[in-house]
Design a protein around this ligand. Structure first.
Ligand SMILES: NC(=O)c1ccc[n+]([C@@H]2O[C@H](COP(=O)([O-])OP(=O)(O)OC[C@H]3O[C@@H](n4cnc5c(N)ncnc54)[C@H](OP(=O)(O)O)[C@@H]3O)[C@@H](O)[C@H]2O)c1
Length: 336
């Protein structure tokens, strides 16, 4: 009977995927979840260490909670100390895990990322989640002069991956690597399907500000970074994947997309459902075979839709990487 229900759910979920949008909501999640093997995430992570950015709310907090519930040491990278401390106490109390720790870090400020990761870089790390993300109503720049959507969603994750790659390599080799390779997860979005990366305007300096487009551009850039780091870190036994959480009811969606939130409220996933594939990519043996892929509900998905011409050339990817390097050079002093 269970097998029959699972097979029916698989067929229904496949049919729903064709419609794309309903698959992103609660229904898509529930149909897919009916096909999963619970044993895949029945894991003990008490020897594993993870860093999750933007971990005091929404999907990041749900990810940190799921990792802590499995015994992991979890570093919550939060920009606001007070919110971070509250979340540490809440998650420690709820999960009974005292190894939930705060790292105060504004991912959009490169000097902050560099400073905050200094003490982490020498210890083994088993997983890094690039979850912090923003969709802004107006063009804003950080105190380092970088457009904030790009700084938060792209440049910060780029730098963080570079700074923690040795720690991840140690995690992949060390005695705590029971879960197999170390893992990096980029939390992207289905919004990236609409965009080809505009490498000549990464900081959205041209034309009128369109926050949704700027956001989707960065989510496309995250896919390119994922594919780049997957190749670069493969030899160090580090798997790098991206995912779409589906549409989840979070503080970010409520504040950045109030109309969308109002219209679809009852159909959205909760944060834990949005976080599920992140946790699966970090902690399951099944996910360890994948790198450089894009997932929704534990399944690899295409990264481009037909006829939209969103593919980037190798030159465009090289330009993205060199622009990231140039920006980092301009804001970080070599001796820091
Ligand atoms: N929810 C969805 O339906 C959905 C769909 C597709 C993709 N996503 C992606 O999923 C991720 C999480 O989304 P969410 O809906 O959970 O967002 P959210 O409710 O807005 O939570 C975002 C978290 O990131 C933190 N954050 C933002 N900027 C930061 C920075 N510069 N440094 C450190 N932390 C920062 C926020 O901290 P503060 O509390 O200090 O603001 C908050 O903890 C994002 O990358 C988003 O693009 C979400």
């Amino acid at each position: 009977m269970t097998r029959l229900v699972s097979a029916l759910a698989r067929v229904a979920a496949g049919a729903l995927d064709v419609l794309v949008a309903p698959a992103y909501g609660q229904l898509g999640y529930r149909l897919r979840a009916a096909t999963w093997d619970d044993a895949e995430l029945a894991v003990d992570l008490s020897h594993q260490r993870y860093l999750v950015t933007g971990a005091n709310a929404g999907i990041g907090k749900a990810t940190a909670s799921a990792l802590a519930a499995r015994g992991a040491t979890v570093y919550l990278a939060c920009r606001d100390r007070e919110k971070g401390e509250q979340t540490v106490s809440e998650l420690s109390r709820q999960t009974g895990n005292p190894r939930v720790q705060l790292v105060v870090m504004d991912v959009s400020v490169m000097a902050d990322v560099q400073q905050a990761t200094r003490h982490l870089a020498s210890e083994p790390l088993h997983g890094l989640v690039h979850n912090a993300g923003v969709l802004l109503p107006s063009r804003q720049t950080t105190r380092e002069g970088i457009e904030r959507t790009f700084a938060t969603n792209v440049l910060g994750p780029y730098l963080l991956t570079q700074l923690l790659r040795d720690a991840l390599a140690k995690g992949a080799q060390g005695s705590g690597s029971a879960q197999g390779p170390a893992r990096v997860v980029f939390v992207s979005s289905g919004g990236m399907y609409t965009q080809k990366l505009r490498v000549d305007d990464l900081q959205n300096q041209r034309g009128r500000w369109d926050g949704v487009m700027a956001y989707a551009q960065t989510k496309r850039a995250e896919i390119l970074l994922c594919e780049h780091f997957a190749k670069e870190l493969c030899g160090q036994n580090i798997r790098v994947n991206a995912m779409h959480p589906g549409w989840a009811d979070t503080p970010g969606v409520m504040s950045a997309l109030p109309t969308f939130h109002k219209l679809l409220k009852g159909l959205l996933r909760d944060s834990a459902q949005g976080a599920d594939t992140i946790v699966w990519l970090l902690a399951s043996q099944a996910a360890a075979q994948h790198t450089g892929a894009f997932f929704l509900d534990r399944l690899p998905r295409r990264t481009h839709l037909p006829f939209l011409a969103t593919e980037s050339s190798a030159e465009d990817v090289a330009r993205l990487l060199s622009e990231c390097e140039a920006l980092l050079q301009s804001v970080l002093s070599p001796s820091a």
